[in-house]
Design a binder for this molecule. Structure first.
Ligand SMILES: NC(=O)c1ccc[n+]([C@@H]2O[C@H](COP(=O)([O-])OP(=O)(O)OC[C@H]3O[C@@H](n4cnc5c(N)ncnc54)[C@H](O)[C@@H]3O)[C@@H](O)[C@H]2O)c1
Length: 258
């Protein structure tokens, strides 16, 4: 059954007469680990049929296993085909959450090669753009959708020795603001979450000294949990979150002050 024939609930009404179908379908990218994995669990627990995507090399834990697939956000064709495949399988895709990202080396800028900078920006920002465009193509004709990217507080404040990472996440924030405004009347919202450090394999890749520096910046004196991020995302992608787009949600334990 296509979305337009389903019973609809208020929220996100666009000019195409869209609105949220009663049955929600989601795609989460970067879903085999960290926040993505927790977001899959949380959405499924809320009754959202959720396809979990990650690199072909990803290994899936028992909780996420079931509805999984492969995608590489640096490969435009791979993203487009994965999202179209999800639409064919589900009938419609209302929610796309992009958690794909890498930190890259934490190192002085003078020791960071051009190739390293470009690889990180291409994946974190270029990938976010590719996912956004492919998701919009599915959602705009239906007049309803929720797109969320995981940016970072590094993109707001800049983290020393993480120039490429910080630049890529600042880029995601700028893109989300632009695209959110551009499609505000469409029924499709485009938002980001900007977490401070969250307990995941990404942060565990830092030296203990660097982890302590990151923690010391957080007024709550602790890292966030993946569940805290997942519940925030679950709200942002809900039909009820219908009057917020182009926005960067905070999840920083008090670190971010704008
Ligand atoms: N952990 C933190 O402290 C923190 C803080 C702020 C923002 N973030 C951001 O949150 C997002 C999720 O990070 P996490 O901490 O859960 O890390 P993670 O390493 O546990 O998860 C990232 C996932 O992205 C996937 N991925 C990497 N390259 C990909 C590609 N080309 N195509 C598809 N998938 C790819 C990885 O396989 C992995 O499963 C990232 O964008 C990260 O930059 C993390």
């Amino acid at each position: 059954m296509v979305a337009d024939q389903q019973q609809r609930e208020p929220g996100g009404l666009g000019p195409k007469g869209g609105g949220a179908p009663a049955e929600q379908h989601a795609v989460v990218i970067g879903a085999s680990s960290g926040m993505g994995s927790a977001i899959v669990d949380t959405l499924r627990a809320q009754g959202v049929k959720t396809l979990a995507l990650d690199l072909p090399s990803a290994s899936w834990n028992d909780e996420v296993a079931g509805m999984t697939g492969a995608v590489d956000v640096t490969d435009v064709a791979s993203v487009e085909s994965a999202l179209k495949g999800a639409e064919e399988a589900f009938g419609s895709v209302e929610i796309v959450v992009n958690c794909a990202g890498i930190l890259g080396p934490v190192a002085p800028t003078v020791e960071t090669s051009q190739e390293t900078f470009e690889r990180i920006v291409d994946l974190n920002l270029g990938g976010a753009f590719t996912v956004t465009r492919a998701a919009l193509e599915l959602m705009l004709p239906r007049g309803y959708g929720r797109i969320v990217h995981i940016a970072s507080v590094a993109g707001k404040e800049g983290n020393p020795q993480m120039a490429a990472y910080s630049a890529s996440k600042a880029g995601v924030i700028g893109m989300v603001k632009a695209v959110g405004k551009e499609y505000a009347p469409s029924g499709v919202t485009v938002n980001a979450v900007a977490p401070a450090s969250v307990e995941t394999p990404l942060i565990q890749g830092m030296t203990p000294e660097r982890q302590e520096i990151q923690k010391s910046l957080i007024p709550m004196h602790r890292f966030g949990t993946v569940q805290e991020i997942a519940h925030l995302v679950a709200y942002i992608v809900s039909p009820q979150a219908s009057f917020t787009t182009g926005f960067v949600y905070d999840a920083s334990g008090g670190r971010a002050d704008y």
